[in-house]
Write a protein that binds this ligand. Structure first.
Ligand code: FCB
Length: 445
């Protein structure tokens, strides 16, 4: 592959980490195997909430094929792999008795990664809450802070001898804002939303303490989805709606976690849920900021909806991915600069990627040139931000494999590796070779 295929990476640190990310529910399958309990996502899927009634019952069957998947990562040349532990696999009821068979699966995965020279980055929560805990109130119950701390202790004690990088939550703002546990009753949900935000923040703080007390040399962060929220039109109402959503989407979690207070606009609504000492419990020392970034979101005013917003039209003429997400590498660069200025922590980009529905061609190859162009432009923007002094230390592509998308099921593909869901055969795409070539070129610098 010609070197011109690759973006400039001269601004990146010599110890920069290249990786890929996945999550438990989206790839593991084996939903009822070896004592795993149901999660809320099993329930949603079986209720038909996901496109085509897709479920995570089999997914990519990673639970059985993890060796093949680690071998793919080795061929790719990544130094790190971010995955999540399925809480209901290790604690089928969410609390109480641990499931040894479930715990043993992650032992096997971690050992396989280490043998391949790949550092495991473990995310504790990528949305698959045990259904039993949801039945007990889920994140709306303040007890959830204790449930999460206890679960963290189990995971940290079991794997902390081999895993040093831990993330507490993946995208707390996304799973809160779009939580199905809030029901569908418009603005009446707002009080519950604030309650949930606060409990998840408290759970984060409690988990950071548990990790620091349990794992030697631990390096801890939280992973935030941070996207500019922009108004759909020049109206004042749309500008106000976009500013409001921006606060909830981008700042409701990192502000209290890193700065020790909620954004001013949210404070009155949060006040009824805050007990003395809570803000200090949330702001615990962090080693890095995990950033997931895809594209800006466009917002319009909708007064009777929760937080008074809806997603609005995108400006005409902007480039879009095949699934309609704006392609805007400049917004990525801007986001990196904003996060750096506001929070001052080293940044790891822990998700960035491109969704399509591309199928193999007649020769069986998946030539995803759109994904390659996207990744090249985004890495280029990241390199420019780093050259400007933004402290960026790693970049992980979402995702290693095509997998189950939360709303769109298997119809949308984000992988560097194509998965034929009928046979579960893995086919590395052109972007896989491109990323492998980039990582190789970096190491030959
Ligand atoms: C992120 C999620 C991840 C995946 C990508 C496309 O918001 O963290 O699980 O669905 O979007």
């Amino acid at each position: 592959m010609a070197i011109s295929e690759f973006p400039s990476i001269a601004g990146l640190r010599p110890d920069f980490i290249w990786g890929v990310s996945t999550s438990s529910f989206q790839i593991e399958g084996a939903a009822q195997e070896d004592g795993r309990g149901p999660s809320i996502w099993d329930t949603y899927c079986h209720d038909g909430a996901v496109r085509n009634h897709d479920t995570g019952d089999v997914a990519c069957d990673h639970y059985h094929r993890y060796r093949e998947d680690v071998a793919l990562m080795k061929a790719l040349g990544v130094q790190a792999y971010r995955f999540s532990v399925a809480w209901p696999r290790v604690l089928p009821q969410g609390r109480g008795t641990a499931n040894e068979a479930g715990l043993a699966f992650y032992d096997r995965l971690i050992d396989e990664l280490l043998a391949a020279g790949i550092a495991p980055w473990l995310c504790l929560y990528h949305w698959d809450l045990p259904q039993a805990l949801e039945d007990a109130g889920g994140w709306l119950n303040r007890e959830s802070v204790t449930w999460f701390a206890d679960y963290t202790r189990l995971v940290a004690a079991r794997y902390g001898d081999r895993v040093k990088r831990f993330a507490t939550f993946n995208e707390p703002s996304i799973f809160s804002l779009f939580s199905r546990s809030l029901g569908t009753a418009g603005r009446s949900r707002e009080d519950d939303l604030h309650r949930m935000i606060h409990h998840v923040n408290l759970a984060h703080g409690a988990a950071v303490d548990v990790l620091r007390n349990t794992v030697s040399d631990v390096s801890v962060g939280c992973i935030h989805n941070y996207q500019p929220c922009l108004p759909s039109s020049s109206s004042e109402a749309d500008a106000a709606a976009a500013a409001r959503l921006n606060t909830y989407w981008n700042n409701a979690f990192p502000d209290p976690q890193c700065l020790g207070e909620y954004p001013a606009a949210m404070r009155p609504a949060l006040a009824p849920h805050i007990q003395p000492g809570d803000l200090a419990r949330i702001r615990r020392p962090l080693d890095w900021f995990g950033l997931n970034h895809y594209s800006p979101v466009y917002v319009t005013a909708k007064p009777d909806a929760m937080l008074g917003y809806d997603f609005g039209d995108k400006p005409s003429g902007i480039a879009l991915t095949p699934i309609g997400w704006p392609i805007d590498p400049a917004a990525f660069g801007e986001t990196l600069r904003t996060v750096h200025r506001r929070y001052g922590l080293p940044i790891y980009v822990l998700e960035n990627g491109y969704g399509d529905a591309l199928q193999p061609d007649q020769a069986g190859a998946v030539v995803d040139s759109g994904r390659i162009a996207f990744l090249r432009a985004y890495v280029e923007a990241m390199n420019a931000a780093a050259a400007d002094g933004v402290d960026i230390r790693g970049y992980f592509i979402w995702s290693l494999l095509d997998n189950l998308e939360w709303d769109s099921g298997y119809s949308i593909r984000f992988g560097l590796v194509y998965v034929d869901y009928a046979s579960l055969r893995r086919v590395p795409k052109a972007s896989f070779d491109w990323y492998a070539g980039l990582i190789k070129a970096v190491h030959q610098r």
